[in-house]
Design a binder for this molecule. Structure first.
Ligand SMILES: [Mn+2]
Length: 338
């Protein structure tokens, strides 16, 4: 079996094993990293100027795509998700007003800075330490442009670690995290990969980037998941007790006394009946309305969010789950903007 670090699309180790001198390769990698960040930086600047010019926004959601799938333990499809989620957001089958009345084609509510070119970056042979740092940098570039706040389109769940790290570092302290998922993603490492999509919340808790971590929708958890949860003081709300916890979870108040609230939504928090386009089918999940009730009623200053693990390669032919992911993004964008 190939190691996690060598999996993925168009990944060329050849550069590193060729006769090209190491420093030449390194310089080339530096240039591609910088060029990739320049595109995000300039788009974020432009969108920031636009939103500030329009005036009146305290917080304004901006989409940032991280098309990264190689840290999945099973399937790689989430690398292809961001453009399909965008297409579904604007596909015209519905209007641009969210359930709570925000208008998405008002750019003070929603802008887009595009995708970090993850495959092109990996194609230079950079390792995941460098790649994840570049993801963090891209998030900080969005946050440089007040009042823009990042809503990140995954990608597999490994991206939440560099994204939350960036948000916390930029704001200068921990956040409270609401994490909706079938899985706790808190393995110390999975199959030897510390950046695995099943380990992102272990890295986040170790880094001290979260004061509270609430995991909701959990229904695939083993002994290590529970022990790691205890070790880090995670509040794990399992589906088997959801009917009991519902009242509490639908009236959350988070982020007071810290830098705000971060929301991470793994599409597989939903029952596969609602969202079949995910890598890991885990029955007994949340309904779409359950998720919206939790999100709509949450009180707190949302400083960043992600929607991850949509896998177009598992979706129905008509892209049903793309619409589901898009609606999550729409409602979250509306909730973040103010
Ligand atoms: Mn999951």
């Amino acid at each position: 079996m190939k190691s996690a670090g060598s999996m993925g699309i168009n990944y060329m180790q050849k550069l590193l094993t060729s006769n090209v001198p190491k420093e030449v390769v390194k310089k080339g990698q530096d240039r591609v990293v910088e060029a990739s960040l320049t595109l995000i930086r300039e788009r974020a600047k432009l969108k920031g100027e636009l939103v500030r010019g329009l005036g009146g926004a305290v917080a304004s959601t901006s989409l940032l795509g991280i098309p990264l799938g190689h840290n999945s333990s099973f399937l790689q499809g989430p690398a292809f998700a961001p453009p399909l989620i965008r297409e579904a957001i604007w596909c015209g089958s519905t209007n641009s007003t969210t359930e709570e009345g925000k208008i998405l084609d008002d750019q003070r509510v929603l802008t887009d800075v595009g995708d970090l070119p993850v495959q092109e970056l990996r194609d230079t042979g950079i390792d995941d330490d460098r790649l994840m740092s570049t993801v963090s940098e891209s998030v900080k570039l969005v946050m440089d442009e007040n009042p823009l706040r990042p809503l990140v389109l995954g990608g597999d769940h490994s991206i939440s670690y560099p994204v939350v790290r960036a948000v916390s570092e930029k704001l200068g302290g921990p956040v409270d995290i609401l994490h909706l998922d079938a899985h706790p993603d808190i393995y110390d490492a999975f199959e030897g990969n510390k950046y695995s999509h099943a380990s992102s919340f272990a890295r986040i808790m170790e880094g001290g980037y979260a004061r509270r971590l609430l995991q909701v929708g959990i229904r695939s958890i083993n002994l290590e998941g529970r022990e790691q949860g205890k070790r880090f003081g995670v509040e794990q709300y399992e589906m088997r007790t959801f009917s009991r916890d519902r009242q509490f979870l639908e009236n959350l108040k988070l982020g007071e006394g810290v830098k705000g609230v971060y929301i991470s939504v793994d599409v597989d928090c939903l029952d596969p009946a609602f969202a079949p386009g995910v890598s890991h089918f885990e029955s007994g999940g949340l309904s779409f309305r359950d998720v919206l009730n939790i999100l709509h009623n949450l009180q707190g200053d949302i400083v960043g969010a992600d929607v991850v693990e949509y896998n177009p390669q598992r979706d129905t032919a008509d892209g049903m789950t793309a619409m589901v992911a898009a609606k999550l993004v729409r409602e979250l964008a509306a909730k973040m903007s103010k």
